[in-house]
Write a protein that binds this ligand. Sequence first.
Ligand code: SF4
Length: 315
Amino acid sequence: MGKETKKIKIGLPRALHFYKYHISWEEFFERAGFELVVSPLTNQEILKKGVNLAVDESCLSLKIYLGHIDWLKDKVDYIFIPRIVSLHKKEEACTKFMSLNDIVRNTFPGLKIIEYTIDANKFRFEFFKILRTIFSLKHNPIRILQAYYYAKKKQSDYEKARIEEQTSKIKNKDPNKPMILVVSHPYTTYDSLLGKPITKFLESQGVDILYADIVDIKEALEQSKKISKDLYWTYNKELLGAIEIYKQYVDGIIFLMVFPCGPDALVINLCQNKIKDIPLSVITLDELSGEAGLKTRLESFVDILKIKKKKNGKK
Ligand code: SF4
């Protein structure tokens, strides 16, 4: 019997890009023959660790990311960190995404990282970059190519299924319930300490929720031009486009942003100036956000929507 080779362990921090791309990452690494370790849902300990590790000016999402890296660092051989500079020509990602690998390297000297850079402006595309990186770990090239193909397919099927689910939610909407569009980055919306308690609370108040990150990206990027033609942060453009697409179906919009976030602050300001006919609420989360005050604000917002709905009749 042949000796079984020990699989290389890859760590995936459950933060930032994870929430957007984890389906393809998990599929890719598992099919390519690696062992995956995903950090747990964000908890107070991870948050506290991240806050202590990060410089004060970092946004809360980056602090949480560092807390997840800290959780993983002694449990894996490598940590996977994509560096996203630009996904499309003449567009950019937030500077935190551009410098993520350097921030991690400086915070955790000696940490082994698998990284790749996507920079459409410099012809550095995901496919070639990730394959080159993984080839360097001497894995079977055919298996890696197959893994990449299946990973992309699974991600695309998953995204289509989520859009279909959201479309059917709109079609089967209960006319007595207010519908709210939650606008935030997936790493805020679905984080167990940030967006999750908020959406859970809204649902407990009898509200239906649409999520701005569940959208046809191509269409959203196109639609975003109706609100701003100059915006160049890709992920914010996607959210703006989603507002354009979904605003006709909802009674209110809630923006969730973490502190401090320049791109989100600017985009929210843009929306506040352009969208006048739908009630908007902005919730800014930091490490000190208290639950009680937040619930009162959400309750009042939902009450306003319910009263408005009663007055104007059902949509
Ligand atoms: S867009 Fe905002 S929240 Fe996201 S990483 Fe950049 S600064 Fe942080």
